[in-house]
Design a binder for this molecule. Structure first.
Ligand code: RP5
Length: 180
């Protein structure tokens, strides 16, 4: 059973003991102050009924815990990691350096309009890629993570197709309203 109904209040401290949910996607944030942005990703996983976990770990403040997380994620059943950080945003790259799981990086606007985090996350040296989305782009990170998982899951692929159809309908309806 999937028991990931997301409640921000429940998720303000590290939850690395959430193994009973069998999460397949892990959201890691540099700080709980990133949660207002990352909530959108969590809510999308709820909508798609994907078991996930969300934790705060910092490349600078808790480096040992980041190493432990990155080295164990695959054997815990995680398929994709979403790592979000602001300022000198080393977290996604550091995690990517210690796992063969795909890592999606979300630059958080915590200073300099998020440009510092964007450049820190996207400019990885050859060999250690981080799939970087836009500044505060947590929803796109979540959609991309689900698309990765859906490559081997036909029913999930169908759910994504419905979601994308709904986006199309929204634009079509908006156009019709403008024309009337
Ligand atoms: C980064 O520093 C975090 O990801 C956050 O975006 C930023 C500020 O963190 P706090 O000082 O609010 O904990 O590491």
């Amino acid at each position: 059973p999937i028991s990931t109904t997301f409640s921000p209040a429940k998720h303000t401290k590290p939850l690395l003991d959430s193994k009973q949910m069998n999460p397949i996607i892990s959201i890691i944030m540099g700080s709980t102050s990133d949660l207002p942005v990352m909530e959108k990703a969590a809510l999308f996983f709820d909508e798609m009924e994907i078991p996930f976990e969300i934790n705060a770990l910092s490349a600078h403040r808790t480096p040992e815990a980041v190493e432990q997380f990155a080295k164990n994620a695959r054997q815990r059943g995680i398929k994709v990691i979403i790592a979000a950080a602001g300022m000198a945003a080393h977290l996604p790259g550091v995690i990517a350096s210690m796992t063969t799981l795909p890592v999606i990086g979300v630059p958080i606007n915590a200073s300099l309009d998020g440009m510092d985090a964007l450049l820190a996350i996207v400019q990885m040296p050859p060999g250690i890629p981080v799939a970087t989305v836009g500044i505060n782009g947590s929803l796109n990170a979540a959609i991309l993570a689900v698309q990765m998982i859906a490559t081997g899951d036909e029913s999930l692929q169908q759910k994504l197709a419905v979601y994308k159809d709904e986006l199309k309908v929204k634009i079509t309806q908006a156009n019709e309203e403008l024309a009337n």
